[in-house]
Design a binder for this molecule. Structure first.
Ligand SMILES: [Zn+2]
Ligand SMILES: [Zn+2]
Length: 264
C-alpha cells in the first residue's frame, strides 16, 4: 500500500513567496491525515494534488495561527464545496484546548465548524497519549513539546509505514526516544544558532534530536527567513548528525516503502 507524505507548507507565520505556513498531508489507503493546518494549507492541497475533500483526520500540534489558520476555511470547504456532498466522518485531534478552539471558531464563523453536515468528532488527547482508529488502522501517539503549555509532537503508525512530526518544539527531553524507529521524521528548524529562545529548534538542537531518533530520512521544515535553508544539511552534519537529510520545500513528496523513505 502506498504511503506518501506531501509538505504543503514548510514556512512559518512570516509571509513568504515560497513557503506557506505549516501543513503536512499523509496518505495511505483510506487514511488521509492532515498534520497542522496553517494558512495556505487548503489551497496548497489543491495546488499539490492532495485529496482535500477526503481528509479523514486532522491532527493539530498547537493553536498558534500558523498551525491552525486554515482549519475553519477547510471545514467551510468540506461543508459547502465538496461534490458530491461529503458523508464520510472526520476526526479532529488535538492537545488540551482543542474543544475550546473549535467552540470559539464556531462562535466566530458559524455552526458549520462543529456541524458541517457530515459526522465530525473532536478528540482532545492528553500530551502523552496513545490512540488508534481501528476503522482504518491508524495509530497516533503524542508527546509534549517545549513550545506552549499544551503543544505536542505526533507519531503516526500504519501498516505501510511510520512518520513523526515535531510540530513546534525546543530541545525537549525524551522526544528523540519517542520518535525512534520512524522511517520519516518531519522536524522544525526555525532559527540559526546560537539558540535565542528555548521554544524553537536550531540546527544544533535538531542534530541532537535527530541523532537520538535515527530516522531513515529527516525532512526539515518550519524555516524562518533568518535561517539559510541551503546550509542546514551541512550545519546538521557539523553538529554531529550523520543521517539522510532533506530540507523541505512546499510540494515535496516523500514515499515510504519497505522501511525506507524516498523523495519522489
Ligand atoms: Zn509555528
Ligand atoms: Zn508555534
Amino acid at each position: 500500500m502506498a504511503f506518501e507524505v506531501t509538505i504543503l507548507g514548510s514556512g512559518t507565520l512570516v509571509p513568504s513567496s515560497t513557503r506557506r505556513s505549516a501543513g503536512h498531508y499523509v496518505t495511505s489507503g483510506s487514511i488521509h491525515v492532515l498534520m497542522d493546518c496553517g494558512s495556505g494549507t487548503l489551497h496548497g492541497m489543491a495546488r499539490w494534488g492532495a485529496a482535500w475533500d477526503r481528509i479523514s483526520h486532522i491532527l493539530l500540534t498547537h493553536f498558534h495561527t500558523d498551525h491552525v489558520g486554515d482549519l475553519a476555511p477547510l471545514l467551510f470547504a468540506l461543508s459547502h464545496g465538496s461534490s458530491p456532498r461529503r458523508t464520510d466522518p472526520l476526526t479532529v485531534v488535538g492537545p488540551p484546548g482543542v474543544h475550546r478552539l473549535m467552540d470559539r471558531l464556531a462562535q466566530a464563523f458559524g455552526a458549520y465548524v462543529l456541524d458541517p453536515g457530515f459526522p465530525l468528532e473532536v478528540l482532545e488527547l492528553a500530551r502523552d497519549s496513545v490512540w488508534s482508529d481501528e476503522s482504518c488502522g491508524l495509530g497516533v501517539s503524542t508527546h509534549p513539546t517545549l513550545h506552549t503549555d499544551s503543544s505536542v509532537a505526533y507519531r503516526l503508525e500504519t501498516d505501510a509505514g511510520t512518520v513523526s512530526y515535531t510540530g513546534d518544539t525546543g530541545p525537549q527531553a525524551g522526544l528523540g526516544r519517542f520518535f525512534r524507529g520512524t522511517e520519516l521524521m518531519i522536524a522544525e528548524c526555525s532559527y540559526p544558532d546560537p539558540p535565542k529562545v528555548e521554544t524553537h529548534l536550531t540546527p544544533s538542537g535538531l542534530a541532537t534530536l535527530a541523532a537520538e531518533a535515527s530516522p531513515d530520512l529527516l525532512v526539515v521544515t518550519h524555516i524562518y527567513p533568518d535561517l539559510d535553508s541551503d546550509a542546514v544539511p551541512d550545519l546538521l552534519a557539523q553538529a554531529g548528525y550523520g543521517g539522510r537529510v532533506r530540507v523541505a520545500e512546499d510540494g515535496l513528496v516523500v514515499s515510504l516503502a519497505g522501511g525506507e523513505a524516498h523523495v519522489r
